[in-house]
Design a protein around this ligand. Structure first.
Ligand code: AP5
Ligand code: MG
Length: 212
């Protein structure tokens, strides 16, 4: 079995885009942001609890997200791509102690100048039907308002937390929390860095090299 992959990177660094492509290499993609947004869409008790937190761009508390993650993955049979978890050193420790239990992992840091990310994120659109990720300035659908992947019409949506003010808060939190996580994985000898400012296809080919 391949190692589990932990993608560390700022909002807009391309975690979701690359994870979706890597699924074709046999990984299973799990995004705590997607799981939380799906709880909000369902109107569940958890969704109601986290909706305001996510709209402000703050982090949901560690135990809540860890419980959601554990309820949605089973790490024995398939290698996962963890996208958006961990977000801080406490979550990095929890992931190892409560889920991975020392299983082989590789942490990949999507390194990028945070200054370019607000524009990337506010221009993101996501297909509400299949989750395909687009960008109004760099990756538009071939036919306006039709999803290239699933063909759904009029389903491209902007996330509620993708406005300038909220993205600025998300980036600030990322900048405050990333270094101890990098140090954690570096000290275990499992950290690699990829330049996430390259074109999407070039980031992907580096990722493939790293996991092979
Ligand atoms: P989450 O959904 O994880 O959001 P995020 O970490 O802020 O990351 P994004 O999804 O915004 O960016 P991405 O790196 O996936 O970029 P993408 O590939 O889409 O979390 C949302 C919220 O949920 C958090 O703020 C928090 O409230 C809560 N939450 C989630 N997990 C949590 C946890 N563990 N603990 C506590 N709270 C948690 O790409 C972005 C755009 O860039 C797209 O338009 C794309 O087309 C474009 N793009 C991608 N790659 C490239 C490239 N190489 N070149 C040019 N453009 C590119
Ligand atoms: Mg994402």
């Amino acid at each position: 079995m391949k190692p589990h992959l932990i993608i560390l990177g700022a909002p807009g660094s391309g975690k979701g885009t690359q994870a979706a492509r890597l699924v074709e290499n046999g990984f299973k993609h799990i995004s705590t942001g997607d799981l939380l947004r799906s709880e909000i869409a369902k109107g569940s008790e958890l969704g109601q609890k986290v909706s305001g937190i996510i709209s402000r761009g703050d982090l949901v508390d560690d135990n809540t997200v860890m419980a959601l993650l554990k309820a949605n993955c089973s790490v024995d049979k398939v290698s996962y791509i963890f996208d958006g978890f961990p977000r801080n050193i406490a979550q990095a420790e929890m992931l190892d102690a409560e889920l991975l239990h020392g299983r082989k992992t590789l942490a990949v840091y999507f390194k990028i100048d945070l200054g370019i990310l607000i524009d990337r994120v506010v221009n993101r659109r996501t297909c509400g039907s299949c989750g395909e990720i687009y960008n109004l300035s760099t990756k538009v659908p071939l036919v306006a308002d039709v999803c290239d992947k699933c063909g759904a019409i009029g389903t491209l949506k902007q996330r509620k937390d993708d406005n300038r003010e909220v993205v600025a808060n998300r980036l600030k939190i990322f900048a405050e929390t990333v270094e101890p996580m990098l140090a954690f994985y570096r000290s275990k000898g499992v950290l690699v860095e990829i330049d996430a400012s390259m074109q999407e296809k070039d980031v992907f080919s580096e990722l493939e090299t790293v996991i092979s």
